[in-house]
Design a protein around this ligand. Structure first.
Ligand code: GLC
Length: 425
């Protein structure tokens, strides 16, 4: 009898493994920089997926700039192509734009909601359905060189005016003492989605609104917005190199991490990289909220972040959902932080001892992350990418001196009215 049972168990095991083998899929997934800086994290993900499930994963390389990636996805999804990609990261501002091309994840992930920052979770709920799960949180932060502020007897700047003054003073002094490549401030000044984020911070910090308000009203044509853009233009060639008008995040970080700038606007990921063993500025890195626009202004950090989402055209949904559950679990988020510096979207990780040891400043940013200012993506619905493009081009024209803040915001208002038509849709 016992023998028979053992025989049956053995048969069932063989049967189960052949069923699994028959169902083994290879999913295609975006794992950012899997062949470069992202390799340790992507290797970890692959190892887990291929040992915890019968499936395999193939990583894809995609452009790094948000708007270039969006263009690519729009093409792939318009063709309803099932073979190009199963799992990918969508920018915070794409959820409404891509909605119908994204698999409804509600049934698979609804139990996870309470573990995530509420705004990050809600951002991915479109028309009542969960269409993505936050891979990590982003919100604009200001980095500064602790050693240099101390050397010149300055404090971290509370306002943009102070930042300008301190940057001018320290840059001049450093250059006079032979540090001739040194700049006061680097940021993202190229005409792309990142400039929409930086400019939103400048404008919102002066109380100039969010370009289009949550109720759909076009608000950009106001004196505070014009003033904020003129201020940013005054930095070009003075405290910021002219080249900043070609910088995305990584170009800014290259200058900063090389020790060639006092302040940098960037996202939280840059902290751990700057504190790396081989970083020339290791131990000298301070991080603080984005400055206010004047004494009466406010701190405004742009809300960013990326969401794991599944293509609605995937033919390997079951395997892809299994991978989604791995990449969004607490251990994977912890690895993503420790290996890549991306701030977790799971609340409990802000009390994790390993995370606190690597980034003691992180808990202080919990409220900054939870109160960051969204770009007008929800308000402008399917038109967001046209709105953002018109916005960053207008800002770029002010930075390059082609136009003034006042004229740029008036022209942008006209343009946005044309994009909007009768209503945002
Ligand atoms: C970061 C943000 C993203 C934003 C992008 C702009 O990746 O997470 O939301 O669109 O920067 O460059």
């Amino acid at each position: 009898m016992k023998k028979q049972i053992l025989g049956l168990v053995a048969m069932a095991t063989v049967l189960a493994s052949s069923i699994n083998a028959a169902h083994a899929d290879t999913i295609k997934m975006e794992c950012p920089n899997f062949d470069g800086a992202g390799k340790p994290y992507c290797d970890y993900i692959k190892q887990r997926f291929e040992s915890e499930t019968p499936h395999k994963v193939k990583f894809l390389s995609l452009p790094s700039a948000s708007d270039e990636k969006l263009g690519l996805f729009q093409q792939v999804f318009a063709a309803k192509d099932s073979d190009v990609i199963d799992l990918f990261q969508a920018d915070t501002v794409w959820m409404g734009l891509l909605d119908k091309h994204l698999l409804d994840l509600t049934e698979h992930v609804k139990d996870m909601e309470a573990d995530f920052f509420a705004p990050a979770w809600q951002n991915d709920v479109v028309n009542g359905k969960v269409k993505g799960v936050a891979a990590f949180l982003d919100s604009g932060v200001l980095y500064y060189r602790k050693d240099l502020l101390a050397k010149y007897g300055e404090q971290p700047p509370a306002t943009w005016e102070e930042l300008t003054r301190i940057a001018t003073k320290i840059m001049d002094a450093e250059r006079n003492s032979g540090n001739d490549k040194f700049w006061g401030f680097v940021f993202q000044g190229k005409a792309y989605e990142g400039l929409s984020c930086d400019a939103l911070e400048w404008i919102a910090s002066y109380g100039g609104g969010t370009v289009v308000e949550p109720d759909g009203e076009i608000s950009i044509n106001n004196p505070q917005a014009a003033q904020a853009l003129d201020m940013a233009a005054s930095w070009i060639g003075t405290i910021a190199p002219k080249g900043v008008m070609g910088y995305q995040e990584e170009e800014s970080r290259a200058v900063w991490q090389n020790g060639d700038a006092l302040f940098m606007r960037n996202w939280p990921y840059a902290y751990l990289l700057a504190q790396d063993e081989n970083s020339p500025i290791r131990g000298k890195v301070g991080v603080m909220p984005i400055p206010k626009g004047g004494e009466n202004g406010q701190n405004a950090a742009a809300l960013g972040g990326w969401q794991w989402a599944i293509s609605a055209y995937s033919e390997k949904k079951e395997a892809t959902v299994q991978m989604l559950k791995i990449v969004t679990d607490a251990d994977a988020q912890k690895q993503l932080f420790l290996l890549g510096g991306n701030a977790p979207s799971r609340v409990a990780l802000y009390d994790d001892p390993d995370i606190l040891a690597a980034a003691p400043h992180l808990p202080a940013f919990k409220t900054v992350f939870a109160s960051a200012t969204p770009r007008p993506a929800t308000a402008t619905k399917g038109q967001y990418n046209r709105v953002s493009k018109a916005f960053y081009n207008a800002v770029y024209n002010v930075l390059s001196g082609t136009t003034t803040g006042e004229k740029a915001v008036a022209d942008l208002e006209h343009r946005l009215k044309r994009v909007k038509g009768r209503q945002w849709k």
